[in-house]
Design a protein. Structure first.
Length: 603
């Protein structure tokens, strides 16, 4: 990704410990700021104790959205900013972010009419089902915020007859459906990786390092630890930005500051392999209220269906994992909109949870906690003291705007001017991306002719990586390339390129964040073995190291995503066809009755 290897980047920092900015946390907030500061020519170091976008940022609903429901909380500025940033993402990263028709099934006429003003005045905090009139007003306001950009179509309203014609499996009790447009982020983690690539390739003084933690401080010197080698090195920044998301208060404690900025809530999701449900929703997200008033979603994710999300207060973000109660809640909620479609626990192929880094709030209901973002200031050290800017809140949709606000504060403290706005800058493979069908065919034909790969293969790479596909195609054409056995839509050369150029440190970095293989439920023992062999060759791992990486990844899938690979790691191939979502007290044999089956090798 960068010209220097990871080892060389650490050596560069060791040789030159005086830096302008240290960013702690490589979630989307930290990465967005790293990208912005790099484009301003600032010397900046980005660190994370894990991989890029591996914490809260890895648990998104894959949406670029304005937050239409925030209107009734009175967060008009946030919604305006979010819809504008949603449109910018669609325009600047068209290979990864595309318009998403979002359909709201409506079962009542006037329900909730007084709720919005009462919530705005702080006189009501309980949920109530929204009727047709309230939803129509909300969608009209939503359109007004984005009318000048014209990036997505205006909303539409359909009556029962036309709604059931369009969606035959829909609950026949529906009286209207309202459809407005947001955006889908097909692979948020890839978007994060491409922002880092752009930053590091633009500015050699912008240095990203994963698997490096902030170990402590003494006066104005800060000790960093390489989580891979165990070695430590010391730096002296002028400004520190705490972008650790739900771990912000933990990082501040390491800096000697006791803060209570974060009051995060857990959001969990399921991914289903369910052909009937996938066909029922088409390319629409269904965004609706469950009977308890919670806003939930059913979302098209490639050939899968994403279902979510919860909103539960948590004390420790490291404990965030989906529970049995959440799983059952998600399965039951589907009946609200598609009562004739049966969803079985065995159709779950993946699950994930994360903690939203929301500001600390006294709101009685989690839905009332503001989704806005803000920057908090502390100072550490002495002679002179060092400012610490904590980035509280934020989300994928508004990362660029939040980063711009944070970058402006950093630049002011460094007495540096802003060189360039990031508002119109294309991201990664979005540069030169062919947006029309004709230009897409021409691009594919040109690359096919230049490098000899089939047009079908070039088309796949273009869909996956945008115009960066040409660099990958160039590499593949000169490599000993072959399709994988377990993942025939991937090739050895493609994976080698990604491992070399995108800071892949562990097997799970590729499985879960440089590709969608994990999230789409395509993890299997054989697949992990095959990927381990390919990645191991690039990274010169020994046989023992490859096996350790396979076991490490299987353990992450078990503990963080509740997929049990333990049995077939012991060689029981028959058990490899299922993984388990079960309560801690459930035995393995209980999975057919009292717990939830989760398939681990759906392909």
């Amino acid at each position: 990704m960068a010209i220097l290897s990871r080892k060389e980047r650490i050596q560069q920092i060791t040789n030159n410990p005086e830096i302008s900015v240290l960013i702690v946390g490589a979630g989307i907030n930290g990465i967005g700021l790293f990208w912005d500061l790099a484009l301003q020519g600032v010397d900046v170091l980005l660190i994370d104790r894990g991989d890029y976008a591996s914490g809260a940022s890895a648990a998104s609903s894959h949406m670029a959205h304005g937050g239409i429901r925030y209107l009734e909380n009175g967060e008009f500025r946030l919604v305006r900013e979010a819809v504008q940033e949603r449109n910018r993402l669609i325009e600047n990263a068209p290979h990864l972010v595309t318009p998403l028709p979002t359909t709201f099934p409506i079962f009542k006429w006037f329900s909730g009419l007084l709720n919005a003003p009462l919530k705005f005045l702080g006189m009501l905090d309980r949920p109530s089902e929204r009727g047709a009139l309230v939803i129509k007003i909300g969608m009209t306001l939503y359109d007004l915020y984005t009318r000048k950009q014209g990036t997505v179509p205006k909303h539409t309203f359909l009556g029962r007859k036309r709604s059931l014609e369009q969606f035959p499996a829909l609950n026949p009790e529906v009286i209207f459906t309202g459809t407005y447009f947001d955006g889908t982020i097909h692979s948020p983690e890839r978007l994060a990786a491409e922002l880092v690539i752009d930053a590091a390739s633009t500015n050699p003084k912008a240095i990203p390092l994963t698997y490096v933690s902030l170990a402590g401080m003494k006066e104005n010197f800060f000790q960093l630890q390489d989580e891979l080698s165990g070695e430590s090195f010391t730096i002296r920044p002028k400004v520190i930005v705490n972008a650790a998301g739900p771990w912000i208060d933990n990082v501040n404690r390491n800096l000697g500051e006791r803060t209570h900025y974060i009051g995060g809530t857990k959001g969990s999701h399921l991914v289903l392999d369910h052909l009937e449900l996938r066909q029922a929703i088409g390319e629409h997200e269904f965004f609706f209220e469950n009977k308890d008033g919670r806003i939930v979603l059913i979302f098209p994710l490639a050939d899968r269906v994403l279902v979510g999300t919860s909103d539960i207060r948590v004390d420790d973000p490291d404990d965030a994992v989906i529970t049995d109660e959440e799983v059952q809640y998600f399965l039951d909620m589907i009946k609200r909109v598609f009562p004739g479609i049966r969803v079985d626990p065995s159709q779950i192929v993946y699950s994930f949870s994360g903690v939203r880094p929301l500001g600390n709030s006294k709101a009685s209901r989690t839905g009332q906690i503001s989704r806005n973002h803000k920057i908090e200031l502390n100072e550490v050290g002495r002679n002179p003291s060092i400012p610490v800017l904590s980035l509280v809140g934020g989300k994928w949709t508004t990362f660029r705007a939040f980063a711009e606000q944070a970058a402006d504060q950093v630049l002011e403290r460094l007495d540096l001017p802003r060189r360039i706005s990031t508002a119109e800058i294309k991201i990664g493979g979005g540069k030169g991306f062919p947006n029309s069908e004709a230009s897409r065919k021409a691009w594919v034909s040109r690359v096919h002719s230049a490098y000899g790969l089939s047009e079908t293969r070039v088309e796949t790479l273009l869909s996956r990586y945008g115009t960066r596909a040409e660099q990958i195609t160039n590499y593949i054409s000169s490599a000993q390339d072959r399709a994988l056995t377990q993942y025939p839509d991937f090739s050895t050369g493609e994976i080698e390129y990604i491992v070399q150029e995108e800071d892949v440190v562990h097997l799970d970095d590729f499985l879960l964040r440089r590709s969608m293989l994990g999230m789409l439920g395509r993890s299997s023992k054989e697949g992990l073995d095959e990927l381990g062999q390919i990645i191991g060759r690039v990274k010169t791992w020994s046989h023992e190291e490859i096996q350790a990486e396979v076991k490490r990844t299987a353990e992450i899938l078990r503990t963080r995503h509740r997929m049990d690979f333990h049995r077939y790691l012991e060689g029981n191939r028959e058990s490899a066809t299922r993984a388990v979502v079960a309560s801690p007290s459930a035995t393995r044999e209980d999975t057919s009755t009292s717990s939830y089956g989760l398939r681990g090798d759906s392909y």
